[in-house]
Design a protein around this ligand. Structure first.
Ligand code: SF4
Length: 380
């Protein structure tokens, strides 16, 4: 089993080599992380370390692919190499730009990663079979990502509908439910062996177990930030009476809008381009591209706002998130759109502080709506 720590690491590669793999969505850190990382440290980094070192029994079958996404994750890689030698750890240097040089460099990183992975797994196919295997893995992941995008409660048009004849997932009633579905798909990817229909069935079972609550209404917000740690934040937002127009995070659209196109050419270069040029996260040094992506989520073409405000969630101590939140806040103030910065660790959505701040933000947005309505009525 291979666990990956960043949405810039293509799951297509382990899947093509026959290695079950999923994104590591860590749980709150246990005491296992304490000897290696300080307590005042990124909760994701601490969670990763504690999770992979907790299960002694499965260590022999575990691999962890760590992206050099930030200094905290580099320390996780160091700690794994030095203190958990039984775990196979891989390091991927993910570029911070999207230009052609970055794509060429990252294609080389991905090829080396595939070779390193294959060398450790006796069942891996020979290198000459990789292009076809990668093409099939990409087709499956394209399909599953499209299925999740279609299941979003306020589904937007999805590019290149599959036309495969398979029944799409039903739309979720809430974004909280949708986030849980994303987590379920992530787990299903790691099931050894099953084919695409089986993975979808496993995911659909999650939906069937739920009794859908009535669709939520209320001020619409964009939920954005760096890494969204768990489902408690969207749950708290919806429970406070907001509707979430879009989720822009590692667990949301940034990870799903990666479609590898059918095309000729070196498959690693195509993978590198598809991943590096997906909607950028706050870590990438592509300020304009990030702005364009957020603008597309926030505004219609005439710059009318699609949302009433923005909730920006930063996992504690995440420098990328804090730096970018200032930029986003400034940008929104140009358009008079309110902004709320939430920070926390796993389970942040369960805290009274988060819920109180969300309730105050909702009052602010409703007050603005009332004031705008009164102004429009006066002008008529
Ligand atoms: S926020 Fe960006 S750098 Fe961090 S894990 Fe997600 S995709 Fe990777």
């Amino acid at each position: 089993m291979l666990l990956t720590t960043c949405s810039y690491i293509p799951l297509e590669i382990p899947l093509a080599l026959g290695i079950p793999a999923r994104r590591l969505i860590a749980k709150p850190a246990g005491p296992q992380a304490d000897p290696y990382l300080p307590r005042d440290f990124c909760p994701y980094a601490r969670g990763v370390l504690s999770q992979v070192s907790a299960d002694e029994a499965s260590r022999a079958h575990l691999g962890v692919a760590v992206a050099g996404s930030c200094d905290a994750m580099r320390r996780v890689y160091d700690a794994l190499r030095h203190y958990a030698p039984g775990i196979r750890s891989y390091y991927l240097d993910v570029p911070r730009t999207q230009d052609q040089d970055a794509v060429s460099y990252y294609a080389g990183v991905l090829r080396s990663f595939a070779r390193e992975l294959a060398a450790g797994y006796p069942g891996a196919p020979p290198e000459k079979e990789w292009p076809e295997r990668l093409r099939q893995a990409a087709e499956e992941l394209n399909f599953l990502r499209r299925a999740l995008l279609t299941a979003y409660p306020t589904a937007e048009p999805v590019p290149n509908s599959s036309g495969s004849g398979e029944k799409p997932l039903r739309a979720c009633a809430t974004v909280t439910e949708w986030v849980e579905l994303c987590l379920a798909l992530n787990e299903a990817l790691a099931l050894p062996g099953p084919s695409r229909p089986h993975r979808l069935q496993a995911v659909e079972a999650v939906l069937r177990q739920r009794t859908a609550p009535a669709a939520l209404r209320g001020p619409a917000v964009l939920l954005t930030g760096s890494f969204l740690l768990d489902a408690t934040v969207p749950a708290a937002i919806e429970a406070t009476g907001f509707s979430i127009a879009a989720v822009d995070s590692c667990l949301g659209w940034r990870s799903l809008k990666v479609m590898l196109p059918e095309a000729e050419g070196d498959i690693f270069s195509r993978l590198a381009a598809a991943y590096l040029r997906k909607p950028p996260c706050p870590r990438l040094l592509v300020r304009e591209a990030r702005r364009r992506w957020l603008d597309a989520l926030l505004f219609t073409e005439g710059k009318a706002a699609k949302v009433d405000g923005v909730v920006y969630f930063v996992p504690k101590f995440c420098d990328h998130g804090y730096y970018e939140s200032v930029d986003v806040k400034d940008r929104l103030s140009e358009y008079g759109l309110p902004f709320l910065l939430l920070e926390g660790e796993y389970g942040a959505g369960l805290t009274a502080q988060t819920r109180t701040r969300l309730a105050a933000f909702r009052e602010l947005l409703e007050e603005r709506r009332r004031a705008q309505g009164a102004l429009e009525a006066k002008e008529e």
